[in-house]
Design a protein around this ligand. Structure first.
Ligand SMILES: [Zn+2]
Length: 169
């Protein structure tokens, strides 16, 4: 299989490997004033709770790349109901957990490469076994993120995303 690499039109370097980009926090955290975040936001590596009543988990929106075996990955957050969140975290540390769920979640982050907001897209999140980060499937709609997950993207589109995310162009 091909290894993904390209010469960057912005910095001139050869960037190697299919990247993962994503959000460190659900964007609702930004609505909490900075000085209150420590007391109101409980942020873990895989989950986040705001005010003890808004629940978020982290997953991967995987996007197939034509001609490559590995997908391109957006690290994303979705919000879950309290009931689903409890069920999700209860089995999270187990090796075998893929039989639990999937769970409905609202997408809670945006990516600069899409002109349309990605927040509040409907998703389903699937637990996977052996510590693999959960998979987020965007509900199939005409939204470009949904279309790209459904149809996959070309190498050229991946280069465009890579340059924009890395260099802000
Ligand atoms: Zn570059």
């Amino acid at each position: 299989m091909n290894e993904f690499e390209f010469e960057c039109s912005h910095c001139g370097e050869v960037h190697k490997g299919i990247p993962t980009f994503g959000a460190d926090i659900p964007n609702t955290v930004l609505q909490v004033p900075q000085e209150q975040r420590e007391s109101r936001v409980d942020l873990g590596t895989d989950d986040c709770v705001i005010d003890g009543k808004h629940f978020y988990v982290k997953g991967y929106v995987e996007i197939p790349v034509v001609g490559f075996s590995d997908p391109f990955i957006w690290g994303s957050w979705v919000s879950l109901s309290e009931e689903n969140y409890q069920e999700f975290v209860e089995c999270f540390d187990q090796d075998n957990r893929s039989h639990v769920g999937p769970f409905f979640g609202w997408h809670c982050c945006d990516f600069a490469v899409y002109e349309k907001e990605c927040t509040n897209l409907e998703t389903q999140i699937f637990l996977r076994d052996n510590g693999i980060r959960p998979l987020i499937k965007i509900k199939p709609t005409k939204h470009p993120l949904a279309v790209e997950q459904n149809n996959g993207i070309t190498r050229d589109r991946l280069i465009q995303i890579y340059e924009q995310m890395l260099h802000g162009i």
